[in-house]
Design a protein around this ligand. Structure first.
Ligand code: TYD
Length: 138
């Protein structure tokens, strides 16, 4: 997988004077079986989260509130995606280094994952990531 496989997905948006509504559906907007949902909130200014690789886990990230950047790196190229609307999601395939930063006050990051939490699915060392990538192991 490389940077080209990361993509922004526009979600349905029902604009309504009573308040807008958006939604996601498995296999329609999210291209995998959803096994897990978690969210990141109350991020203090200047903090970064998620500097790691998921070996198997695919993700779909939505800025439900506020804004933040997702930096994705395939070992050769790096790209920054700014999420600042609740009707866009970012699909991140497995095997890419990714980090989240520049969280605005009160931002809320919702993440869908394709596998259950597994500490062994993480690669947290960037040099290890490059080696795995070079050897074609991720
Ligand atoms: P982690 O993914 O390690 O966050 P970051 O990469 O931003 O440092 O998650 C932090 C902790 O939360 C981790 O040690 C275990 C727990 N956790 C779960 O138990 N289940 C989950 O689905 C996630 C994402 C985290």
């Amino acid at each position: 997988m490389n940077i080209e496989d990361v993509r922004i997905v526009e979600l349905p948006k029902f604009v309504d004077p009573r308040g807008n509504l958006s939604f996601v559906e498995q296999h329609k907007h999210i291209p995998f079986d959803i096994k897990r949902t978690y969210w990141i909130y109350d991020v203090p200014g200047g903090e970064a989260r998620g500097g790691h690789v998921f070996k198997q886990n695919q993700e779909f990230i939505v800025a439900l509130s506020g804004a933040f950047d997702v930096i994705v790196d395939d070992g050769t190229n790096k790209k920054k995606f700014t999420l600042n609307r609740s009707y866009y999601g970012l699909y991140v395939p497995a095997g890419l280094w990714r980090e989240m930063e520049n969280f605005s006050t009160n931002s809320l990051a919702l993440e869908f994952g394709s596998i259950h939490y597994d500490v062994n699915d993480y690669v947290r060392d960037y040099d290890d990531f490059l080696i795995l990538k070079r050897n074609g192991e991720i």
